[in-house]
Write a protein that binds this ligand. Structure first.
Ligand code: TXA
Ligand code: MG
Length: 342
C-alpha cells in the first residue's frame, strides 16, 4: 500500500515534488476530490496515469496550476473572459477549457487542440503546485503544472479522502498527500471557453448563474446532449458508478423496501422523511442542503457500495438548479451500461 503522509508538512511536499520530477504519480487533495498527479510536461509520466486508472487514452486530463501566470505556458489565444473568470473563481472549483499551447504534450489532451486548466482551492494542493513551479524556476525551466484526473479507477466513484485513493489505486501511486476530507466533495465545474460562447460541459459547485453574473451574459447550464461529447469522460452515462445497482426512488418506496435487509438507502434529512427509514443501520441520512449533501455523497456511496447490499436506493433530489451538479452525478451513478473498470 502507498504511504500516506500529512500534506501540511514541508518535508512531505518536498518529497512529493522530487517524486514528480522523477516521473512518479502522487495522490493529492483538492477542494473538490483527490487527484492523481503527474508532471504535465513529461509525457511518459502522464502515460502512467492512464495505465493506473485504466482510462482510455482519448480522455483528456486537467492541468492544475499554483498561479495563473502559468496559464500562458499551457494555453494560447486566452480570451479576456478566461482572465475574468480566473480572477473571480480561482483558486476554486472551476476548470476552463482553452486552446492548448503547442508545448502541451498530446497525451495530456487526448490529442485534442484544447486543454482543461484549473487552480485548485486547497492549501495542500497550492503548496505542492507552488513548490513544484519553484523547483522548475530554480532549474531554469518553465512549467510546474500537474496533469491530474480524479484519483479513482476509470468510471468509479471519485475519492474524497487519502485512504480512498490508496484503496482505489494501491501501489500505482508513489505517495499520497493527506489533506483531510474534500470540502466540496464533487468534481469541478467545467466551462468551455475555446469556441466563443462559454458552455458548461460538467456542472459543479460553481453554477451557471454565478458564471453568467460575472461575465455579464447568459452561460447555459448544460451543453446540448452529445454536442461536445465524448470529450468529457464525465459525460459518459455510467460515470461515477458504484458496483452495487443504484436506483433513484421516492421516500415512500424506501419506506416500503428498507426492512428487507438487503437494501441500503441514502435519504435527505427532511421533516416528512418516514420515521421508520431513519431507524435502519443501512440508511444514511444526508443534509437537505446541496453543499452539505455534495460534501458527503461520494463517501457515503463508497461506504454503502462496500457493504454487500443487493441495491442502493437514493431518495430523489429536489428539482432545483442548486441541486443540478449532484443530480448529474446521481443519474450517472444510476446508469450501468458500461462494464466495470472500462
Ligand atoms: O475537480 C476536478 O476537476 C478533479 C480534481 C482532481 O481537480 N479532477 C477531475 O478530473 O475531475 P477528471 O479527469 O476525473 O475529469 C476531468 C474531465 C474529464 O471528463 C475530461 O474529459 C474533461 O475534464 N476534460 C479535460 N480536458 C478537456 C478538454 N480539453 N476538452 C473537454 N473536456 C476535457
Ligand atoms: Mg474523474
Amino acid at each position: 500500500m502507498p504511504e500516506i503522509v500529512p500534506g501540511q508538512s514541508p518535508d512531505a511536499i518536498h518529497r512529493a515534488v522530487s517524486l514528480i520530477n522523477a516521473g512518479a504519480l502522487i495522490g493529492f487533495p483538492t477542494e473538490t476530490v483527490y487527484g492523481l498527479a503527474a508532471d504535465a510536461d513529461n509525457p511518459a509520466a502522464v502515460a502512467h496515469i492512464f495505465a493506473a486508472k485504466g482510462r482510455p487514452a482519448d480522455h483528456p486530463l486537467i492541468v492544475h496550476l499554483g498561479a495563473d501566470d502559468l496559464l500562458t505556458h499551457y494555453a494560447r489565444e486566452i480570451p479576456d473572459e478566461a482572465w475574468t473568470l480566473a480572477e473571480a473563481f480561482w483558486p476554486g472549483p472551476l476548470t476552463m477549457i482553452l486552446k492548448k499551447a503547442l508545448t502541451v504534450p498530446d497525451v495530456v489532451t487526448g490529442g485534442q487542440d484544447t486543454v482543461g486548466i484549473r487552480l485548485p482551492g486547497h492549501p495542500v494542493a497550492l503548496a505542492f503546485l507552488r513548490a513544484l513551479a519553484e523547483s522548475r524556476r530554480s532549474a531554469g525551466q518553465q512549467g510546474g503544472g500537474l496533469a491530474a484526473p480524479s484519483a479513482n479507477r476509470f468510471g468509479r466513484i471519485s475519492p474524497t479522502t487519502a485512504q480512498h485513493v490508496a484503496d482505489e489505486l494501491g501501489d500505482a501511486v508513489a505517495l499520497i498527500l493527506d489533506g483531510g476530507d474534500c470540502r466540496v466533495g464533487i468534481e469541478s465545474t467545467i466551462v468551455d471557453l475555446s469556441r466563443g460562447l462559454p458552455v458548461i460541459l460538467r456542472p459543479g459547485a460553481i453554477t451557471a448563474e454565478q458564471l453568467s453574473l460575472v461575465l455579464g451574459r447568459t452561460v447555459q447550464a448544460h451543453a446540448k446532449k452529445d454536442e461536445r461529447a465524448p470529450r468529457v469522460s464525465g459525460s459518459l452515462a455510467s460515470h461515477y458508478a458504484p458496483r452495487t445497482p443504484l436506483k433513484v426512488v421516492d421516500a415512500g418506496m424506501i419506506d416500503r423496501q428498507i426492512a428487507r435487509g438487503d437494501v441500503a438507502a441514502i435519504v435527505r434529512d427532511t421533516d416528512d422523511l418516514p420515521p421508520r427509514v431513519r431507524q435502519y443501520a443501512s440508511t444514511r441520512i444526508l443534509a437537505n442542503d446541496p453543499m452539505d449533501y455534495a460534501h458527503d455523497f461520494y463517501r457515503v456511496l463508497r461506504e454503502l457500495d462496500g457493504g454487500g447490499y443487493r441495491q442502493i436506493l437514493v431518495q430523489a433530489l429536489p428539482q432545483h438548479s442548486e441541486w443540478l451538479a449532484i443530480q448529474d452525478r446521481l443519474s450517472r451513478a444510476a446508469h450501468r451500461d458500461l462494464p466495470d473498470n472500462t
